[in-house]
Design a protein around this ligand. Structure first.
Ligand code: CP
Length: 292
């Protein structure tokens, strides 16, 4: 694996290998990488989890992490993303993690560069490491994917997490359904109501309402959204005993999820964040191993 750009590019055996390696890291394995690789995290959109979790993973692997701040970089003076990446390669950086608002930004970077690119989220496109940590969390809970019922709820069309996970979970044999307002359905067919999914679903995957990617007429009031599509206490009580709740976060309390449920018994939201460090260690090690 030279780069990690999209879940579309990952075969089932590659996903399984990454999940197994993440588990080894969680159980205390030490990386076999030589400690002389340099990496930079290029975040052109806000992030807490992905950026900090990559930094934690990089430090645990003993990598040299070069600080990069988009707001004080020469991109402000008009330098293109491609020229920024080529500049980092020229000064000796081995890999970059990039988050950018443009869907598929990486397509224009791939020719003429040698360093590895790990996609930390492209617009409404893909978020492969979030998907991998979600898969890891589901496997940790159920030990399998086949025939699990996964329901994604919310802003599907703007969600790179939904697209990455729908791709991967279907490939792995899970049944994926969607519940969302018609204007946020995109290419996915939505079920009509919570009542249809509550008795059978194993995983409720809540998605953030992405106001920053909406036209104003697309939006709901917080109360309206919560009433129709939010996970309320009443809905929570109708879930199967074994069901779990996930959310990639950041979450909007009392919009996608009732505030009191964020750390409820079925919630794995902070567990997802914890697992993300081991997944990112596995991804970084795999990509950097290709460089020798
Ligand atoms: N889940 C996720 O991508 O969170 P951040 O935007 O904080 O990185």
């Amino acid at each position: 694996m030279k780069h990690l750009l999209s879940m579309k590019n990952l075969q089932i055996n590659e996903i399984e290998t990454l999940l197994e390696r993440a588990l080894e890291f969680q159980q205390g394995a030490v990386s076999t990488l030589k400690n002389n690789f340099s990496i930079a995290n290029l975040f052109f959109e806000p992030s807490t989890r992905t950026k900090m979790s990559f930094e934690m993973a990089e430090r645990k692997l003993g990598l040299h992490v070069l600080p990069f701040d988009a707001s004080t970089s020469s991109t402000i003076k008009g330098e293109t993303l491609s020229d920024t990446v080529k500049t980092l390669e020229a000064i000796g950086v081995d890999a970059v993690v990039i988050r950018h608002k443009q869907d598929g930004y990486y397509n224009e970077l791939l020719s003429g560069i040698n360093l590895a690119i790990i996609n930390g989220g492209d617009g409404s496109g893909q978020h492969p490491t979030q998907s991998l940590l979600d898969l890891y969390t589901i496997k940790e809970e159920f030990g399998k994917f086949k025939n699990l019922h996964i329901t994604m709820v919310g802003d599907i069309s703007h969600s790179r997490v939904a697209k990455s996970n729908a791709e991967a979970l279907t490939k792995l044999g899970a049944h994926v359904t969607f519940l969302c307002p018609p204007q946020w359905q995109g290419d996915f067919a939505s079920t009509s109501s919570w009542d249809e999914i509550l008795p059978t679903t194993d995983v409720v995957m809540l998605l953030r309402v992405q106001h920053e990617r909406h036209d104003s007429e697309m939006s709901f009031s917080k109360e309206q959204y919560h009433e129709e599509f939010g996970l309320t206490r009443e809905r929570y009580e109708q879930l199967k005993q074994s069901a779990i709740i996930m959310h990639p976060a950041p979450f909007n309390r009392d919009v996608e999820i009732a505030s009191e449920l964020v750390e409820s018994e079925k919630s794995r939201i902070f567990r997802q964040m914890h697992n993300g460090v081991y997944i990112r260690m596995a991804v970084l090690e795999t990509v950097l191993k290709e460089r020798k």
